[in-house]
Design a protein around this ligand. Sequence first.
Ligand SMILES: Cc1cc2nc3c(=O)[nH]c(=O)nc-3n(C[C@H](O)[C@H](O)[C@H](O)COP(=O)(O)O)c2cc1C
Length: 210
Amino acid sequence: MTQIWRLFLLCATGFLATPAVGQSADSQPTIQILVAYHSLSGNTERMAEAVAEGARMVSHTQVVVKRVGAVTAEELFAADAIVLGSPVYWSNMAGEVKTFIDDWQFKFGVFPEFKLRNKVGAAFATGGQISSGKELTMLSILAAMLGNYMITVSGGGAFGASATTEGNSLGIDEQELAGARELGRRVAEVGGAVKRGFQLPDHRESVDVR
Ligand SMILES: Cc1cc2nc3c(=O)[nH]c(=O)nc-3n(C[C@H](O)[C@H](O)[C@H](O)COP(=O)(O)O)c2cc1C
């Protein structure tokens, strides 16, 4: 065989062996996780980084960490899982996070097709005080995800991961960061199970009681 044919065959087998987009070399699909957050004084950002760290512990996972206002339509729709974090403002999510959720329709047009259907969703929050709205903040985020027919999961806490940042607290501690990592890991594991395992139908149910 001539040198030129050898080169051609080498290139051709290399091309055929190249994994498809979203597929890793050992043919497991890659899970894309978007961690989006708002943060003014850095607490929720620290939790976002810990969520991402936990997600990256699971193999075949790609993570994008972004402030809510900087997320593009491409990033939103490419994500298999969306983890959304907010500081508590007056016992609920920050306006910036609510605006991002509203933009799922106003900017990204998710309705009426329910384009986020079957993506995995989760929430995390930081609040100044022990009991002043972290759980409500996470539940409000999860409610918006449920309204979009997403598959919501918890982890690092009953409703998601959270941290207390003011008052008697010395700031986010290692246990709270571990909770955030746990949430990220669980989102990646469930995201992987959904993508690899269950084949969920992509059609709307004929009965919608809203
Ligand atoms: C306008 C405003 C309202 C807040 N309201 C609450 C509240 O109702 N409950 C609470 O626990 N903390 C409240 N906080 C404290 C923040 O939730 C807390 O400092 C948070 O960790 C800030 O997150 P960041 O560092 O990511 O910006 C409020 C802070 C601001 C600025």
